[in-house]
Design a protein around this ligand. Structure first.
Ligand SMILES: Nc1ncnc2c1ncn2[C@@H]1O[C@H](COP(=O)(O)OP(=O)(O)OP(=O)(O)O)[C@@H](O)[C@H]1O
Ligand SMILES: [Mg+2]
Length: 359
């Protein structure tokens, strides 16, 4: 168990800098998810915490000790990778015991730790099997067992579920969360899957191209994204963006197609007459309103998902594309016009220059 501090960490590969100064204080027992698209630097950051990659500048502190110059084995961390690389010729038991044996731990203690980990991971009945006799999910659990037996201060995970099929991923996600609630080991988990991030993390660090775009709880990041990158990355289907004009007095927004939306309660006097980017999530619009925030929407493609319906279409004469997610089944005709309303609290406004959140 330990706090982990990442302090202004950068990484250069040759002349190119891929991590541009990231800081994050991870509390003892916290589960942090590093989320971002492919190539944004998630694995590199994790590997610097693990000691598998040198830190170009800044510090990583584990349990009060700067570990920049410590070997991976001296950092008291355990890492679970995407491909779990079990020893094929060893049984489940020996796979889990191997690391401890190499450390010359007494046999009794090894046995106790392996059986305890197997019990937590529901592998007790499989201890004599070889990896090839296991399902993908069972193998992934053995890989986690190998880490648990070491009783590390920190768990690091690099996309551990991405080799599993969709159903197993959901199941393993729940198991990892349960495991964390039982063991309370400080964990850093890398993924590009936002559902995994939202469900597993106490807090998320959303990464954009080597920068930490936002750090916060899953709901903070969803409800108040700090900039357009985070707003567009979190949520599925992605947030709709459109250019709007803030009306004189800053009391209302003018949308494409001459629609006006009042900004009750959150007037923007400094923005009067200026352009801003409005963000609306597909799930934050409703059908059939005659209220002051009604948008006329022209239906294009309709996707019936059973529980809800995704309607892709556009608004305004300028054909601004928009996607709407409506609960239940709706069989709209193509080119039909429907009336939608959006609620005041669910609006997001961004500065077109800096891409940062205004309200
Ligand atoms: N050894 C290396 N030498 C040079 N560049 C590297 C090296 N390792 C990674 N990079 C670059 O650093 C950037 C970040 O890579 P990283 O593997 O951390 O991304 P990632 O967010 O984990 O992506 P993915 O989701 O695809 O795994 C990429 O642009 C990558 O090309
Ligand atoms: Mg990676």
């Amino acid at each position: 168990m330990a706090d982990v501090s990442i302090r202004n960490v950068t990484k250069q590969f040759g002349k190119s800098e891929v991590i541009h100064g990231i800081s994050c204080d991870i509390r003892d027992g916290e589960f942090i998810v590093i989320l971002g698209p492919s190539g944004c630097g998630k694995s590199t950051l994790l590997r610097m915490i693990a000691g598998l990659e040198q830190i170009s500048s800044g510090e990583v502190v584990i349990d009060g000790r700067v570990v920049n110059r410590l070997e991976p084995a001296e950092r008291d961390i355990a890492m679970v990778f995407q491909n779990y690389a079990l020893y094929p010729h060893m049984t489940v038991y020996r796979n889990m015991a191997y690391g401890l044996k190499m450390r010359r731990m007494p046999k009794d203690e090894i046995d106790q730790r392996v059986r305890n980990a197997a019990r937590i991971l529901e592998l007790s009945a499989l201890l004599d099997r070889k990896p090839r006799q296991l399902s993908g999910g069972q193998r992934q659990r053995v890989a986690m067992g190998r880490c648990i037996v070491r009783e590390p201060k920190v768990f690091l995970f690099d996309e551990p579920l991405s080799n599993l099929d969709a159903k197993l991923r959901v199941q393993m996600r729940l198991e990892i969360r349960k495991l964390h609630e039982d063991l309370k080991i400080t964990s850093v988990y890398v993924t590009h899957d936002q559902v995994e991030a939202m469900t597993l993390g106490d807090r998320l660090v959303v990464m954009d191209n080597g920068y930490a775009a936002q750090t916060g709880s899953p709901l903070e990041v969803y409800e108040r994204p700090a900039n357009m990158f985070v707003a567009g990355f979190i949520g599925s289907p992605a947030m709709n963006f459109m250019e709007v004009t803030v009306q004189e007095g800053g009391q209302a927004l003018k949308l494409p197609g001459d629609i006006q939306i009042p900004l009750n309660g959150s007037a923007l006097p400094g923005w009067a007459g200026k352009k801003a980017i409005l963000g609306i999530r597909p799930e934050h619009m409703e059908l059939d309103s005659k209220g002051p925030r009604t948008i006329l929407f022209t239906v294009g493609q309709v996707e019936l998902l059973g529980a809800d319906t995704l309607v892709h279409g556009h608004i305004g004469a300028g054909q601004v594309p928009m996607t709407v997610r409506l609960p239940d089944v709706h069989r709209f005709e193509k080119h039909a016009t429907i009336r939608l309303s959006i609620s005041q609290e669910k609006l997001h406004l961004f500065d077109p220059e800096t891409k940062k959140r205004i309200v």
